[in-house]
Design a protein around this ligand. Structure first.
Ligand code: NAD
Length: 256
Protein backbone atom coordinates (compact mmCIF):
# COMPACT_ATOMS: atom_id res chain seq x y z
CA UNK A 1 0.00 0.00 0.00
CA UNK A 2 1.39 3.42 -0.89
CA UNK A 3 1.96 6.03 1.77
CA UNK A 4 -0.59 8.82 1.99
CA UNK A 5 1.92 11.63 1.36
CA UNK A 6 4.40 9.75 -0.78
CA UNK A 7 6.71 12.14 -2.72
CA UNK A 8 5.07 15.17 -1.12
CA UNK A 9 6.92 18.09 0.41
CA UNK A 10 5.23 19.82 3.33
CA UNK A 11 6.00 22.88 5.36
CA UNK A 12 4.45 23.10 8.83
CA UNK A 13 4.53 26.24 10.97
CA UNK A 14 4.60 25.85 14.73
CA UNK A 15 6.12 22.42 14.12
CA UNK A 16 8.23 22.59 17.26
CA UNK A 17 5.48 21.66 19.69
CA UNK A 18 2.00 20.24 20.19
CA UNK A 19 -0.24 19.77 17.17
CA UNK A 20 2.44 20.99 14.75
CA UNK A 21 5.02 18.50 16.00
CA UNK A 22 2.48 15.65 15.94
CA UNK A 23 1.58 16.59 12.35
CA UNK A 24 5.24 16.81 11.30
CA UNK A 25 5.92 13.31 12.66
CA UNK A 26 2.72 11.91 11.13
CA UNK A 27 3.24 13.54 7.71
CA UNK A 28 6.82 12.21 7.65
CA UNK A 29 5.66 8.72 8.60
CA UNK A 30 3.31 8.93 5.59
CA UNK A 31 6.21 9.69 3.25
CA UNK A 32 6.41 13.49 3.23
CA UNK A 33 9.64 15.42 3.43
CA UNK A 34 8.94 18.11 6.02
CA UNK A 35 10.10 21.66 6.61
CA UNK A 36 9.62 22.14 10.35
CA UNK A 37 9.19 25.85 11.05
CA UNK A 38 9.15 27.41 14.49
CA UNK A 39 9.78 30.72 16.23
CA UNK A 40 12.08 28.83 18.60
CA UNK A 41 14.93 27.43 16.48
CA UNK A 42 15.74 24.57 18.90
CA UNK A 43 12.11 23.40 18.82
CA UNK A 44 12.15 23.27 15.01
CA UNK A 45 15.49 21.44 15.02
CA UNK A 46 14.28 18.96 17.63
CA UNK A 47 11.24 17.98 15.54
CA UNK A 48 13.42 17.59 12.44
CA UNK A 49 15.77 15.43 14.51
CA UNK A 50 12.89 13.24 15.71
CA UNK A 51 11.79 12.69 12.09
CA UNK A 52 15.31 11.82 10.97
CA UNK A 53 15.68 9.41 13.88
CA UNK A 54 12.67 7.53 12.45
CA UNK A 55 14.34 7.41 9.02
CA UNK A 56 12.40 10.33 7.53
CA UNK A 57 13.58 13.51 5.83
CA UNK A 58 13.17 16.89 7.46
CA UNK A 59 14.76 20.26 7.93
CA UNK A 60 14.37 22.64 10.88
CA UNK A 61 13.68 26.23 9.85
CA UNK A 62 13.58 29.27 12.11
CA UNK A 63 10.89 31.81 11.17
CA UNK A 64 8.43 34.18 12.78
CA UNK A 65 5.23 33.84 10.76
CA UNK A 66 4.40 37.51 11.42
CA UNK A 67 7.38 38.61 9.32
CA UNK A 68 7.18 38.74 5.52
CA UNK A 69 10.99 38.43 5.28
CA UNK A 70 10.89 35.29 7.45
CA UNK A 71 7.97 33.67 5.62
CA UNK A 72 9.56 34.35 2.22
CA UNK A 73 12.76 32.88 3.66
CA UNK A 74 11.06 29.73 4.98
CA UNK A 75 9.53 28.97 1.56
CA UNK A 76 12.91 29.53 -0.11
CA UNK A 77 14.58 27.29 2.50
CA UNK A 78 12.24 24.33 2.00
CA UNK A 79 12.28 24.64 -1.80
CA UNK A 80 16.06 24.84 -1.82
CA UNK A 81 16.33 21.82 0.51
CA UNK A 82 13.77 19.54 -1.17
CA UNK A 83 13.30 21.11 -4.64
CA UNK A 84 9.56 21.87 -4.36
CA UNK A 85 6.62 22.51 -2.01
CA UNK A 86 3.22 20.75 -2.14
CA UNK A 87 1.61 21.42 1.24
CA UNK A 88 1.58 24.42 3.56
CA UNK A 89 0.16 23.68 7.01
CA UNK A 90 -0.37 27.04 8.75
CA UNK A 91 -0.51 25.86 12.34
CA UNK A 92 1.48 28.32 14.48
CA UNK A 93 -0.72 30.00 17.04
CA UNK A 94 -1.00 31.47 20.49
CA UNK A 95 -3.61 32.78 22.92
CA UNK A 96 -3.76 35.38 25.69
CA UNK A 97 -6.65 35.50 28.18
CA UNK A 98 -8.32 38.78 29.14
CA UNK A 99 -11.50 40.63 28.23
CA UNK A 100 -11.22 43.58 25.85
CA UNK A 101 -10.79 46.17 28.63
CA UNK A 102 -8.06 44.07 30.26
CA UNK A 103 -6.07 43.23 27.16
CA UNK A 104 -3.09 45.45 26.27
CA UNK A 105 -2.97 46.60 22.66
CA UNK A 106 0.35 44.79 22.34
CA UNK A 107 -1.26 41.53 23.47
CA UNK A 108 -4.08 41.97 20.96
CA UNK A 109 -1.48 42.58 18.22
CA UNK A 110 0.52 39.50 19.25
CA UNK A 111 -2.45 37.15 19.00
CA UNK A 112 -3.88 38.60 15.79
CA UNK A 113 -0.35 38.84 14.38
CA UNK A 114 0.55 35.20 14.92
CA UNK A 115 -2.83 33.51 14.44
CA UNK A 116 -4.23 35.53 11.53
CA UNK A 117 -1.59 37.76 9.93
CA UNK A 118 0.81 34.81 10.18
CA UNK A 119 -1.44 32.79 7.89
CA UNK A 120 -1.69 35.74 5.49
CA UNK A 121 2.11 36.13 5.40
CA UNK A 122 2.89 32.42 5.05
CA UNK A 123 0.24 31.93 2.37
CA UNK A 124 1.37 35.06 0.52
CA UNK A 125 4.89 33.65 0.46
CA UNK A 126 3.84 30.15 -0.72
CA UNK A 127 1.10 30.98 -3.24
CA UNK A 128 3.35 32.31 -6.06
CA UNK A 129 5.21 28.99 -5.91
CA UNK A 130 1.94 27.02 -5.97
CA UNK A 131 0.64 29.14 -8.90
CA UNK A 132 3.86 28.66 -10.87
CA UNK A 133 3.52 24.85 -10.66
CA UNK A 134 -0.30 24.89 -11.07
CA UNK A 135 -1.16 23.18 -7.79
CA UNK A 136 -0.87 23.42 -4.05
CA UNK A 137 -2.59 22.61 -0.81
CA UNK A 138 -3.06 24.87 2.22
CA UNK A 139 -4.36 23.65 5.58
CA UNK A 140 -4.93 26.19 8.37
CA UNK A 141 -5.38 25.59 12.08
CA UNK A 142 -8.54 27.34 13.19
CA UNK A 143 -10.39 26.31 16.38
CA UNK A 144 -13.78 25.51 17.82
CA UNK A 145 -13.52 29.17 18.86
CA UNK A 146 -13.87 30.01 15.16
CA UNK A 147 -17.44 28.75 15.57
CA UNK A 148 -18.45 29.72 19.10
CA UNK A 149 -17.23 32.32 21.58
CA UNK A 150 -15.76 31.73 25.01
CA UNK A 151 -15.22 34.10 27.93
CA UNK A 152 -12.15 36.34 28.32
CA UNK A 153 -10.58 35.31 24.98
CA UNK A 154 -11.43 38.12 22.53
CA UNK A 155 -8.24 38.25 20.47
CA UNK A 156 -8.14 34.47 20.15
CA UNK A 157 -11.81 34.18 19.14
CA UNK A 158 -11.51 37.08 16.69
CA UNK A 159 -8.32 35.68 15.16
CA UNK A 160 -9.73 32.17 14.77
CA UNK A 161 -13.02 33.49 13.36
CA UNK A 162 -10.82 35.30 10.86
CA UNK A 163 -8.88 32.13 10.04
CA UNK A 164 -12.12 30.36 9.12
CA UNK A 165 -13.23 33.12 6.77
CA UNK A 166 -9.74 33.61 5.30
CA UNK A 167 -9.73 29.88 4.55
CA UNK A 168 -13.01 30.11 2.64
CA UNK A 169 -11.94 33.30 0.88
CA UNK A 170 -8.62 31.86 -0.32
CA UNK A 171 -10.38 28.67 -1.43
CA UNK A 172 -12.51 30.82 -3.75
CA UNK A 173 -9.64 32.87 -5.14
CA UNK A 174 -7.21 30.02 -5.75
CA UNK A 175 -9.38 27.00 -6.56
CA UNK A 176 -9.41 24.61 -8.19
CA UNK A 177 -5.62 24.44 -8.48
CA UNK A 178 -4.94 25.31 -4.83
CA UNK A 179 -7.22 23.76 -2.21
CA UNK A 180 -7.55 25.62 1.09
CA UNK A 181 -9.15 24.05 4.18
CA UNK A 182 -8.93 24.37 7.93
CA UNK A 183 -9.21 22.19 10.99
CA UNK A 184 -11.13 23.28 14.09
CA UNK A 185 -9.70 21.42 17.09
CA UNK A 186 -11.28 21.30 20.51
CA UNK A 187 -9.16 21.36 23.68
CA UNK A 188 -6.01 19.36 22.94
CA UNK A 189 -3.33 18.16 25.33
CA UNK A 190 -0.36 20.17 24.02
CA UNK A 191 2.46 21.94 25.90
CA UNK A 192 0.58 25.24 25.50
CA UNK A 193 -2.57 23.84 27.11
CA UNK A 194 -0.48 22.14 29.84
CA UNK A 195 1.09 25.52 30.68
CA UNK A 196 -2.39 27.03 31.08
CA UNK A 197 -3.47 24.08 33.27
CA UNK A 198 -0.37 24.28 35.46
CA UNK A 199 -0.79 28.04 35.95
CA UNK A 200 -4.43 27.68 37.07
CA UNK A 201 -5.34 28.04 40.75
CA UNK A 202 -6.82 24.55 40.71
CA UNK A 203 -4.97 22.66 37.94
CA UNK A 204 -6.89 19.39 38.31
CA UNK A 205 -10.24 21.23 38.33
CA UNK A 206 -9.26 23.33 35.31
CA UNK A 207 -8.12 20.26 33.38
CA UNK A 208 -11.48 18.63 34.12
CA UNK A 209 -13.28 21.78 32.99
CA UNK A 210 -11.35 21.78 29.70
CA UNK A 211 -11.93 18.07 29.17
CA UNK A 212 -15.65 18.47 29.71
CA UNK A 213 -15.73 21.13 26.98
CA UNK A 214 -15.23 18.24 24.55
CA UNK A 215 -18.72 17.27 25.58
CA UNK A 216 -19.24 13.82 24.10
CA UNK A 217 -15.72 12.43 24.56
CA UNK A 218 -15.25 14.13 27.94
CA UNK A 219 -11.46 14.20 27.62
CA UNK A 220 -8.71 16.28 26.03
CA UNK A 221 -7.73 15.35 22.48
CA UNK A 222 -4.33 13.82 21.84
CA UNK A 223 -2.39 16.01 19.35
CA UNK A 224 -2.16 13.03 17.02
CA UNK A 225 -5.96 12.89 16.76
CA UNK A 226 -5.86 16.44 15.43
CA UNK A 227 -2.89 15.71 13.16
CA UNK A 228 -4.86 12.93 11.44
CA UNK A 229 -7.50 15.48 10.39
CA UNK A 230 -4.79 17.73 8.94
CA UNK A 231 -3.32 14.67 7.16
CA UNK A 232 -6.66 13.95 5.48
CA UNK A 233 -6.91 17.53 4.19
CA UNK A 234 -3.25 17.55 3.13
CA UNK A 235 -3.58 14.29 1.22
CA UNK A 236 -5.20 13.43 -2.11
CA UNK A 237 -7.93 11.59 -0.18
CA UNK A 238 -9.62 14.99 0.19
CA UNK A 239 -9.19 15.97 -3.47
CA UNK A 240 -12.82 17.22 -3.76
CA UNK A 241 -12.75 19.15 -0.46
CA UNK A 242 -12.02 22.87 -0.40
CA UNK A 243 -13.09 25.84 1.74
CA UNK A 244 -14.05 23.35 4.44
CA UNK A 245 -13.71 23.58 8.22
CA UNK A 246 -13.11 20.11 9.62
CA UNK A 247 -14.24 20.10 13.24
CA UNK A 248 -12.30 17.72 15.51
CA UNK A 249 -13.74 18.53 18.90
CA UNK A 250 -15.05 15.47 20.74
CA UNK A 251 -18.56 16.89 20.39
CA UNK A 252 -17.91 20.40 21.76
CA UNK A 253 -19.90 22.17 19.03
CA UNK A 254 -22.54 19.46 18.61
CA UNK A 255 -25.39 21.73 19.69
CA UNK A 256 -23.92 25.04 18.51
N1 NAD B 1 -4.18 23.01 22.16
C1 NAD B 1 -5.46 23.30 21.96
O1 NAD B 1 -6.34 23.02 22.80
C2 NAD B 1 -5.88 23.94 20.66
C3 NAD B 1 -7.25 23.95 20.35
C4 NAD B 1 -7.66 24.56 19.17
C5 NAD B 1 -6.72 25.13 18.32
N2 NAD B 1 -5.40 25.10 18.66
C6 NAD B 1 -4.46 25.71 17.73
O2 NAD B 1 -3.52 24.74 17.34
C7 NAD B 1 -2.30 25.41 16.96
C8 NAD B 1 -1.14 24.77 17.70
O3 NAD B 1 -1.35 24.95 19.09
P1 NAD B 1 -0.66 24.04 20.21
O4 NAD B 1 -1.65 23.88 21.29
O5 NAD B 1 -0.03 22.85 19.56
O6 NAD B 1 0.44 25.08 20.75
P2 NAD B 1 1.99 24.92 21.17
O7 NAD B 1 2.32 26.18 21.89
O8 NAD B 1 2.20 23.63 21.86
O9 NAD B 1 2.74 24.93 19.77
C9 NAD B 1 2.73 26.09 18.97
C10 NAD B 1 4.09 26.27 18.34
O10 NAD B 1 4.01 27.46 17.51
C11 NAD B 1 5.23 28.18 17.68
N3 NAD B 1 5.00 29.59 17.35
C12 NAD B 1 4.41 30.51 18.13
N4 NAD B 1 4.46 31.71 17.54
C13 NAD B 1 5.10 31.55 16.37
C14 NAD B 1 5.49 32.43 15.33
N5 NAD B 1 5.24 33.75 15.41
N6 NAD B 1 6.14 31.92 14.25
C15 NAD B 1 6.43 30.60 14.18
N7 NAD B 1 6.11 29.71 15.14
C16 NAD B 1 5.45 30.18 16.24
C17 NAD B 1 5.59 27.97 19.14
O11 NAD B 1 6.97 28.24 19.37
C18 NAD B 1 5.21 26.53 19.35
O12 NAD B 1 6.31 25.65 19.09
C19 NAD B 1 -2.52 26.88 17.28
O13 NAD B 1 -2.91 27.56 16.11
C20 NAD B 1 -3.65 26.85 18.28
O14 NAD B 1 -4.38 28.04 18.32
C21 NAD B 1 -4.96 24.51 19.81
Amino acid sequence: MSLRLENKIALITGAGSGIGRAAALLFASEGARVGCVDLVPEFAEETAKMIKAEGGEAVGIHADVRSSADTQGMIRAVVSEFGDLDILFNNAGTGIRGSVHELEEEQWDTVIGINLTGIFQSSKAAIPHFLSRGKGNIVNTASTFSLLATTRYPAYCASKGGVLMLTKQMALDYGPSIRVNCICPGATDTPRLRRHINEAQDPAGYEQELASLNAVMGRLADPKEIAYAALFLASEESSFVTGHALVVDGGQTIDA
